[in-house]
Design a protein around this ligand. Structure first.
Ligand code: JHZ
Ligand code: ZN
Length: 416
């Protein structure tokens, strides 16, 4: 059931070019994570693609075995950052830090994968000159309508050249949760070289491989995420383009992320955080062969625990819904074989997703108010990365006796 022209098989590592790629984890065939289905199309065939994680034996980059064409994944995108209030707060804080650390009076900031303008907005409010680059035409339109200039394009060295000509060099280029989506990382690194001012800074946030492994966050593996980064392989990538990471922060976002600061080699003082994270990666063997073996065992254990908890709830006559129609949920539900027979509906705040069905498993997505109206006994927390925010948002559901199931790393009921 694979649409041949929609994907290509990965034969060599996208960072170092080695063909020595070994399979670390096989999650089976899954539909695309954000391919939500309109109910009238429920009987149509939906493409599935192998979801297999490889690791490069030379540079250690963890990467998927197939690349689905970006036009298929991102041209019309249902994930809007502003639908998650913790994201809005997170990017407001980032905007403040960016302006304080790197923003002069008339600094020019380019955001790659700017979505609906969730970061551009607070940057403009703080006086920056900004330009978004966003391939999802629907989201670029929303941002432009808000007065946040956004090019509807995939970022590349060609686009960077155009921007440099029209707007001049960028003091900051920022790319949040987008590096993992990009196949040709070397072209993006040369785009940075083209567009960054001499002392310019590239800031990128992305989920951190160490956290994925430590917390068995296997559901963050899906076709949009081509690469699963550690600092080591990225340092190698940037190094080939005269760039170097000079600072890094660990964030709780998305189950554990890095915020990396990259500049031209030698232009910025390299922080102790960089050195100690590099050392920790080498010591822990994060990018060495076999480092992901424990992940495969833990993933199977996680699935078994969740399935038996759900069976127990059903055999006691309990009602089960889901909370958060995340991209992650497509991997989790498909791999654990949890569908509309197990879960009545999934509540979600994103208007674009409401009324649609989950990819492959066809569970109806409803406005979040339904959680309180129907009040199932349990809600499977598919947006587990926002557990604190969800719990404080749904005090009424909890007060009425409703509970959540936190599926990662091993299913547990919260609040306990
Ligand atoms: P959330 C996204 O993945 C997509 P997803 C993307 N591919 C990516 O790279 C990762 O992020 C990092 C809803 N929600 O952020 C809104 C509530 O209903 O976990 C969203 O549909 N109530 C770019 O989709 C979903 O949950 C709430 O209170 O796995 C959140 O999706 C909150 C906070 C969210 O990422
Ligand atoms: Zn490699």
């Amino acid at each position: 059931m694979i649409a041949e022209d929609a994907s290509r098989v990965v034969e060599s590592c996208r960072v170092c070019g080695s063909r020595l790629l070994h399979t670390a984890l096989d999650l089976g065939m899954t539909p695309l994570a954000n391919a939500f289905v309109p109910p009238e199309r429920r009987h149509q065939r939906q493409d599935r693609f192998p979801l297999v994680l490889l690791q490069c034996e030379v540079c250690g980059l963890a990467q998927l075995s197939v690349v689905v064409r970006p036009e298929v994944l991102f041209s019309n995108y249902h994930y809007s950052s502003s639908a998650s209030s913790p994201m809005v707060e997170h990017f407001d804080e980032l905007a403040a830090e960016m302006i304080a650390r790197f923003g002069g009076p008339d600094s020019f900031i380019v955001e790659v994968g700017s979505n609906d303008g969730v970061l551009l907005g607070p940057l403009v409010r703080r006086g920056a000159r900004v330009l978004g680059v966003e391939p999802a035409a629907n989201l670029a339109r929303v941002a432009n309508e808000r007065g946040l200039e956004t090019l509807p394009a995939f970022f590349s060295s060609a686009v960077a050249r155009r921007i440099a000509l029209e707007h001049g060099p960028a003091n900051v280029i920022v790319a949040n949760n987008v590096l993992a989506h990009i196949d040709n990382l070397h072209d993006v690194a040369s785009a940075l070289d083209v567009l960054l001012a001499p002392d310019g800074v590239f800031i990128a946030e992305f989920p951190y491989l160490a956290d994925l492994v430590d917390m068995t966050e296997y559901d963050t593996i899906y076709h949009e995420h081509l690469s699963y980064f550690a600092l080591g392989p990225l340092t190698r990538l940037f190094g080939e383009h005269g760039l170097e990471p000079f600072d890094v922060q660990r964030l709780r976002m998305h189950g554990g992320s890095l915020r990396l600061f990259v500049g031209r080699r030698g232009r910025h003082l390299v922080s102790d955080q960089i050195t100690s994270l590099q050392e920790a990666e080498v010591e822990g063997g994060l990018t060495r062969r076999g480092s992901l073996l424990k992940l495969a065992a833990n993933v199977a254990r996680s699935r078994d625990a969740l399935r038996s908890m759900i069976q127990g709830i059903h055999s006691d006559g309990g009602r089960l819904a889901g909370y958060g129609a995340t991209a992650k949920s497509t991997t989790l539900l498909t791999y654990c074989e949890i569908g509309a027979a197990e879960i009545e509906f999934i509540a979600d705040t994103t208007p674009l997703k409401q009324g649609l069905l989950t990819p492959g498993t066809h569970i109806p997505i409803v406005p979040e108010g339904e959680l309180m109206r129907v009040r199932p006994d349990y809600a499977l927390l598919l947006a587990w990365n926002y557990a604190d925010a969800v719990l404080s948002r749904h005090k009424a559901y909890l007060a009425a006796g409703g509970l959540f199931i936190h599926p990662i790393p091993l299913a547990r009921i919260i609040p306990s």
